[in-house]
Design a protein around this ligand. Structure first.
Ligand SMILES: Cc1ncc(COP(=O)(O)O)c(C=O)c1O
Length: 369
């Protein structure tokens, strides 16, 4: 039996293990010096002054919207082609989600479609850097500035990605996830990056029950703290992210050259100036050319290769959001078409050259190339 190839895998070193053990032996498991180290590493990564670690990427999004004062009566423009956390964070603060269709060549929000939704109630634009490819932050940033809107980046999948040489998470408030499968993984965790000291201060209050000093509650907060134990898993990955991302990019290049020219298969695009960090290597399996995403996924599974469908439907297309006053259903044909055709292939740094050869061969065979 050939070795199974998973869709994601951890890349931990003996130093990471020693750091975790060090925290365990210190007896200090909760938020402490290792969280502070992680925050400093993230601020460095994103070239910003402030980074605030929280308990998840979802918490990062929700707390950021709350700290920006966004809530009832406000609209947030986002993409319909995302993980549900993006939408849930908007609804959790009581705001209304408006959905701008995607640019089909990048799977990220189309700035023109976003511009068309800006109105008197718009408070923020919330692009998602899907699969590790930054949204068009230059145009979205200009749009936000023109209308005085907040820019909140859902960078859950895009640690270390750049636009025009500038890191994601430095254009607006950057909301990262440290979930177990992410490019920097802690198991669970999140972090917000910003140059805005006031926003960072509010986030620190919110995450700690509104306290700066013990039992002096300044705002109504909650517990969004990250543990030192989780931070110890992640901090080494941030420090060697350049190497980890280079491995992802090299794997993507190998897949790209091996799969080039297969009929009915579109490979991920990387527009000039937008550096992809390949959280996922997501192809389109084109229906109008007689191809079927689920058939390809099943063929790869039979040969021990895991794939993923991120995401099978547009985010608001579920019974639990039907009729919700915070969900404005828009026509989003590009997102719907993408949801029916995307398939993510393994691209993570733990892949070996033989794994990449197997993925290419199995895909080529399945598509009759
Ligand atoms: C695009 C996107 N946004 C938000 C999140 C939420 O992050 P978390 O699972 O850490 O809450 C995730 C990941 O799960 C994600 O992929």
């Amino acid at each position: 039996m050939t070795r199974p190839i998973p869709i994601s895998a951890l890349s931990l070193t003996p130093e990471d293990e020693a750091r975790v053990l060090g925290v365990l032996r210190s007896g200090h498991l909760a938020q402490g010096p290792v969280v502070a180290e992680l925050e400093a590493a993230f601020a460095g990564l994103c070239e910003v002054r402030e980074a605030v670690a929280v308990s998840s990427g979802t918490a990062a999004l929700e707390a950021t919207l709350r700290a920006l004062g966004i809530g009832a009566g406000d609209e947030v423009i986002t993409t319909p082609f995302t993980f549900v956390a993006t939408l849930n964070a908007i609804l959790a603060v009581g705001a209304v989600a408006r959905f701008a269709d995607i640019d089909p060549s990048t799977f990220t929000i189309d700035p023109e479609a976003a511009a068309a939704l800006v109105g008197a109630r718009t408070a923020a634009i919330l692009p998602v850097h899907l699969y590790g490819l930054p949204a068009d932050l230059e145009r979205l940033g200009a749009l936000a500035r023109r209308h005085g809107l907040a820019l909140v980046e859902d960078a859950a999948q895009a640690h270390g990605a750049r636009v025009g040489g500038r890191p994601v998470g430095s254009f607006g408030a950057g909301c990262f996830s440290l979930y177990a499968t992410k490019n920097v993984a802690a198991g669970e965790g999140g972090i917000v990056t910003t140059d805005d000291a006031v926003l960072a201060d509010r986030l620190r209050l919110l995450r700690n029950q509104g306290m700066r000093e013990r039992y002096r509650y300044e705002v109504i907060g909650t517990n969004l703290r990250l543990t030192d134990l989780a931070a110890a898993v992640a901090v080494g990955q941030v420090r060697r992210l350049g190497t980890l991302t280079a491995a992802r990019r090299a794997n993507a290049a190998r897949l790209r050259s091996g799969l080039a020219g297969l009929a009915g298969l579109r490979l991920p695009e990387e527009p000039a100036g937008r550096d992809h960090v390949y959280h996922q290597f997501t192809v389109r399996v084109v229906r109008s050319e007689g191809r079927d995403r689920d058939r390809l996924g099943a063929a790869l599974a039979r040969r021990g290769i895991a794939t993923g469908v991120y995401y099978p439907r547009v985010v608001f297309d579920y019974e639990c959001y039907a009729g919700h006053p915070g969900v404005v259903r828009e026509e989003v044909p590009q997102a719907r078409a993408a949801a029916a055709e995307v398939l993510s292939l393994p691209v993570h740094p733990a892949l070996e050259p033989g794994d990449l050869d197997r993925i290419v061969a199995a895909t080529t065979d399945a598509l009759g190339g």
